[in-house]
Design a protein around this ligand. Structure first.
Ligand code: SF4
Length: 187
């Protein structure tokens, strides 16, 4: 996987949270990308909307920071809209998977909208995700009890189970992610 990743590609970044426990399971390195076309009313991160703002970091620079952290379970792409910067995020996801990290992404697009792009890079990124949180934030459907998302229209999708189900013939199947302990407690 390492040989096929282009470390020189640039990601426009709005911010980074190197040790988050709220943006997915376990300790996660979160990249908030710059640029979002959705402009959801009530968005908590409107400074991420402008495509011309933010700072530029290469895939290699971000991956070096990720590698330097101990105890990380995965990385999360948040926004902004990660699926407006698919190409460099494919390379970063490859590198992260290569060192055993899980990859999660948020998107204001639904999974079906992303699939309807029929774009190879989008498909490649979707194919590497462990979890996708999809859909625009809808303030009218805000629910503070939801885990990893803010409004009831948004889905937290277990992408590995979804891919497996679809490969078995359940086309269009979407399997929700269920959080919980990842180990058995023996008594
Ligand atoms: S998709 Fe996310 S970042 Fe973009 S406007 Fe909606 S809530 Fe904000």
């Amino acid at each position: 996987m390492f040989e096929t990743a282009d470390m020189s590609k640039v990601i426009k970044v709005c911010g980074i949270e190197p040790e988050s426990i709220v943006d997915g399971p376990g300790f996660r390195y979160v990249i908030f990308v710059q640029g979002c076309p959705h402009h959801c009313h009530g968005c908590h991160n409107p400074e991420s909307w402008a495509f011309e703002g933010g700072m530029e970091m290469t895939v290699g620079e971000i991956f070096d920071e990720i590698k330097s952290k101990s105890g990380l379970r995965g990385v999360t792409f948040s926004g902004g809209e990660p699926f407006e910067q698919v190409q460099p995020l494919v390379d970063l996801a490859k590198l992260c998977k290569g060192i055993g990290l899980t990859v999660m992404s948020y998107s204001g697009y639904t999974l079906e909208e992303l699939e309807a792009r029929h774009d190879s890079a989008t498909d490649e990124l979707l194919g590497m995700l462990d979890i996708l949180v999809d859909g625009r934030y809808d303030e009218k459907l805000r629910n503070l009890t939801l885990i990893y998302c803010g409004s009831e229209n948004q889905r937290v999708i277990d992408m590995k189970k979804t891919r497996t189900a679809r490969e078995s013939g359940d086309h269009g199947m979407v399997i929700p992610y269920k959080s919980g302990f990842d180990f058995e407690i023996k008594i």
